[in-house]
Design a protein around this ligand. Structure first.
Ligand code: IPM
Ligand code: MN
Length: 375
């Protein structure tokens, strides 16, 4: 099997973390006998500077003609004064539309080894493992009309959903729940918004096709609180675009750092993989960003685009093993944790060192499993 992957490093720490994700992908695909080619293209602020647009046609075509797209991050303070349609972020939104993936999977896992990086108590975090299924192509992000009034003193956006848009993402959530703990929490604001009333009614109807799955509904404000008081009570959370954006960042406190979170956008022509974190201009260029969110996104690529479930698990096991050994990037380092004492034995490593550690560990993981099966 031959895979063509388009790599869009983007802005800030994007290039630093995607480099490590590519390194791990290369090694794993090689171990599984896959041929792979990576082609790099510009998106976001880098593309604005080079081509005057955040999503050049060449980038778009490369993406639509590949098996999968791996993206770093977009955005930067120098573009803050541009209108929304010309900012780096609009390149990413246009790419999402062009690729057509409507279901954004964002796992939030409490890794035992870095529980001390979370402001939450270990007993609250224990065992938390949530999969957010965020609707990615609808809602207020794309609804028309939008814009500023002529005076510039007022502005408006439109939240809009159709049954079809809700149904298709609900199916993804229920199917994911089948492979997990068979529970779906649908999050909305049905006490105030019509789009949410349609959301709730439609998800409830789709649920009838999945008798083995438990469905409950929660208002987004209540969910925001319950996520940090009882993260272990969730399995799959399905929600609309903006709520999913906000709740998935909040869920970073479960993993201990935004740098840990991965995502996969599926359901379209070509699937898109990107860490949840942004371009982090404050630490860009220093080689200290956490590449594990990008590497975990690469694991999701192996699972969803390469059909390599075992390879995906190998990468996920390697991430766990490296953390268990006490290796951490600066965002996970003792000064960020609640208890500096416990941080003593940890070793702070750079972005590239962390990538290399996962790369060599994944090779060990595969070796060990193969040796085990050989006896
Ligand atoms: C994310 C990001 C994007 C979003 C931005 C960069 C457009 O915050 O992927 O969560 O809002 O979807
Ligand atoms: Mn976000």
């Amino acid at each position: 099997m031959r895979l063509n992957i388009t790599v869009l490093p983007g802005d800030g720490v994007g290039s630093e973390v995607t480099r490590e994700a590519v390194r791990v992908l290369r090694t794993v695909l090689d171990l599984y006998g896959y041929e792979v080619s990576f082609e790099e293209h510009a998106i976001g602020g880098v593309a604005i500077r080079q081509f005057g647009t955040p999503l050049p046609d060449e980038t778009k075509h490369a993406c639509t003609n590949s098996h999968a797209v791996l993206l770093g991050a977009v955005g930067g303070p120098e573009f803050d004064s541009l209108p929304p349609g010309q900012r780096p972020e609009s390149g990413l939104l246009a790419l999402r539309q062009a690729l057509g993936g409507f279901a954004n999977l964002r796992p939030a896992i409490a890794y035992a080894a870095i529980a001390d990086c979370s402001p939450l108590r270990p007993d609250i975090l224990k065992g938390a493992d949530i999969l957010f299924v965020r609707e990615l192509l609808g809602g207020i992000y794309f609804g028309e009309p939008r814009g500023f009034d002529a005076s510039g003193a007022a502005a408006h956006n439109t939240m809009r959903y159709s049954e079809t848009e809700i149904e298709r993402v609900a199916h993804v959530a229920f199917r994911q729940a089948r492979m997990r703990h068979r529970k779906v929490t649908s999050v909305d604001k049905a006490n105030v918004l019509e789009t949410s009333q349609l959301w709730r009614k439609t998800v409830t109807r789709v649920a009838r096709e999945y008798a083995e799955i438990r469905l409950d509904h929660m208002y987004v404000d209540a969910c925001a609180m319950r996520l940090i008081t009882h993260p272990g009570s969730f399995d799959v959370v399905v929600t609309e675009n903006l709520f999913g954006d906000i709740l998935s960042d909040e869920a970073a406190v479960i993993s201990g750092s935004l740098g840990m979170l991965a995502s996969a956008t599926i359901g379209g022509k070509v699937d898109l993989y990107e860490p949840v974190h942004g371009s982090a201009p404050d630490i860009a260029g220093r080689g200290i960003a956490n590449p594990l969110g990008a590497i975990a996104s690469a694991a999701m690529l192996l699972r969803h685009s390469a059909g390599l479930e075992q390879g995906a698990q190998d990468v996920e096991d390697a991430i766990r093993e490296v953390l268990d050994k006490g290796f951490r990037t600066a965002d996970l380092s003792p000064q960020h944790s609640a208890d500096p004492q416990r941080g003593r034995t940890k070793r702070v490593v750079s972005t590239a060192e962390m990538g290399a550690l996962v790369e060599s560990t994944v090779a060990d993981v595969v070796d060990r499993r193969r040796a085990y099966h050989a006896v």
